[in-house]
Design a protein around this ligand. Sequence first.
Ligand code: SF4
Length: 372
Amino acid sequence: MIYIHIPFCKQRCIYCAFYSLATGADKQKYVDALCKELEIRKDYLPDRKIKTVYMGGGTPSILTPEQLAMIYDALQRHYDVSDVEEFTIEANPEQLTVDYLHALRQLGFINRISMGVQTFDDDKLKMLNRRHTSAMAIEAVRNAQQIGFDNISVDLIYGIPGMTLQQWQHNLHTLSMLDVQHLSCYALTVEPGTMLDTLIQKGRIPQVDDDETIKHYNALQQWITDNGFVQYEISNYCKQGFEAKHNSRYWDSTPYLGVGAAAHSFDGCSRQWNIGNVDKYIEGVNSGALAYTAEQLSQKDRYNEYIMTALRTSKGLNKQVLAAYPQYWEVGEKLLTQYICKGLMCETEYGYKLSAQGFLFADAIAADLFCL
Ligand code: SF4
């Protein structure tokens, strides 16, 4: 599986802590470097036969169809992409014009669009510094469907400061009308150093209200039941058969190659991440000395990573996998009973999984089960 990072945005959303540039940077130079990196690292993965490709950001839809085609050409030259099951592009609604959508369709290799809608509330979109309106998002989804995209995911955020339960329910109601196949839904987190953090500290935006966030989460749980969706990961919901194949493989610890500035890779034993600076990234690729940092994973690291990722899935922790780490799991196992008694976790034939309420405390429970 291959992840391709496009670290450019038209403007910065106030809550965002990802690496991306909101400048008129030379995107062609970056695309050329990506193509070169795909070549340089063609032997990184144990197998060149690729099953999934995910183009994320930043905002991949900032690239022209010609630039997307160049990247695909590089993939075709250096990998076997004859059997790709899922090729996702992340896109912002304002960029998904009818012409752009037609061009994406004509490219022929993109079969899934993940749209950064975030909310259908215009005031909140403005507050978050998004460039689209609710009407633009609705239109983008409908146009994509009409043009033939039949695997569309929408990103929504709940727990936005000042958003009432009723407003959140209105968001869910709007989503029901759109008939999309997949939903990625996140509670807003205030990352230190973001503009959102500063504005909250200055009192210009209210604090996140945790009680309200829990109400939103509970409304979401009701919505997924009423709308025939399944929750297959803490933040991911879909209609039967539309789980994101690419992301699901991250949670199974499948090796992946990540290309682009700040992209991460995993080869089964170590992780490596490219430098989070577009100019230095391009310079490194062009000089043949890719700038990256690597870390060999110990048994303990791999156990902790497994706890963190598997706990977030609806299947949960697998007993057989845990049995391979007896020295680390021994401590975690003793803590399980209290979570099961509190109704936050339950035991299944497969292993141990979080309940719907347990998902609210996933990070704290994972931290408890970690081996430090
Ligand atoms: S579009 Fe996405 S990556 Fe870009 S600033 Fe907004 S949240 Fe961050």
